[in-house]
Design a protein around this ligand. Sequence first.
Ligand SMILES: C[S@@+](CC[C@H](N)C(=O)[O-])C[C@H]1O[C@@H](n2cnc3c(N)ncnc32)[C@H](O)[C@@H]1O
Length: 251
Amino acid sequence: MSTKETELRHEWLRLAPAWIKQARERRMPSRDGLLDNPMLAACGDVRDLTILDSGCGEGRFCRILVDRGARQVVGIDACEAMIDAARELQSEKETYWIADAEDLSFLQDRSFDLAISYLNQCDLLDFRANTREVFRVLRLGGRFIIANVHPMRSAVGDWQTSDDGTKQHVILDNYFEERDRHWKMLDCDFTNIHRTLSTYVKGFRESRFVLDNIIEPTVEAEGLARFPELSDEKRVPNFIIFVLTKPKSSL
Ligand SMILES: C[S@@+](CC[C@H](N)C(=O)[O-])C[C@H]1O[C@@H](n2cnc3c(N)ncnc32)[C@H](O)[C@@H]1O
């Protein structure tokens, strides 16, 4: 493993305790108030499906999918603490593995109906490797639903404010510089990899996925009532969802 990969893994190890606590208390505005509904809508009817969640964290979305009738959900994550936490709440319909999303060689070809990547590709040094691997393990006609930080937000991110602190607009700069961006979350430093929108789309197409849809979610009234801090989502897109299909005729 490269030094950089090791550093990224350590960031998630440091973040894990606070992250797990917040997830268990359903206090994640970006998930509970914003992304879960459009992600579930993009997944469609999951009854009887075999599903992979790549970068599953402590397993919250896997559990949601099982509650909605999935036959079997396999969650993988590189962070041992996350997988330990997921296993604590595991039902017989879930399986969790500590694994690198860029190397799923322990999973069989064409063994999943649906795959999820819920805010994980922006953490990966090589999102193409993950995309190729997911393509391989999906059955023909299987779908891959990816939630990511919006490339317009991962480029920089800070708000320009007036003297009295009023938010005026978000600064978009250095969009074409594809490199690390450093943030603070839950009082921990962590790193995302910024890439342009066209880099992602090109990577998906190179893997032979068909891009069915791009969704730019914004907050709905219900989410806003529960998490007023999401009001910025009405102004600036923080996230993006890609809906990909593996063609029925793939070799
Ligand atoms: C932003 S969290 C999302 C977790 C979960 N999908 C959710 O939405 O709650 C990103 C997750 O990606 C995992 N991760 C980062 N790099 C990874 C890699 N190379 N392979 C697998 N998982 C990785 C982290 O450990 C972390 O759990």
